[in-house]
Design a protein around this ligand. Structure first.
Ligand code: ZN
Ligand code: ZN
Length: 104
């Protein structure tokens, strides 16, 4: 199975990145994750304490040119429960694995 790092952000978004490929995949040169089980774990979760790129962009666009400076503003900063994060991260990992499959 392939292992994924999970990055969580203050905005509630998350991102997953491939951490280790499973043994079956290590044998071949292809860097893509396989379509077998994708695994996320709480130890591999890294909370970024900031907004994700996407939300930062959106926020800047909303502020307009010359608008809001700095990161300012409260985003709650609440850290999501791992159970919820895990299911979203897993779904994302599966989606990524599938989107990289050669028969797309
Ligand atoms: Zn795998
Ligand atoms: Zn976000």
């Amino acid at each position: 199975m392939c292992n994924w790092n999970t990055y969580t952000y203050d905005c509630g978004c998350l991102e997953v990145r491939l951490r280790d490929r499973c043994q079956a995949k290590l044998a071949d040169d292809d860097m893509d994750p396989c379509l077998r089980m994708q695994r996320v774990r709480e130890e591999w979760r890294y909370h970024q304490g900031t907004l994700c790129d996407e939300c930062q962009r959106r926020r800047r666009r909303r502020a307009g040119p010359g608008g809001e400076k700095g990161s300012g503003g409260s985003v709650g900063g609440s850290v999501l429960d791992w159970g919820e994060v895990a299911s979203r991260a897993h779904a994302e990992a599966v989606r990524l694995a599938q989107s990289r499959s050669p028969d797309m």
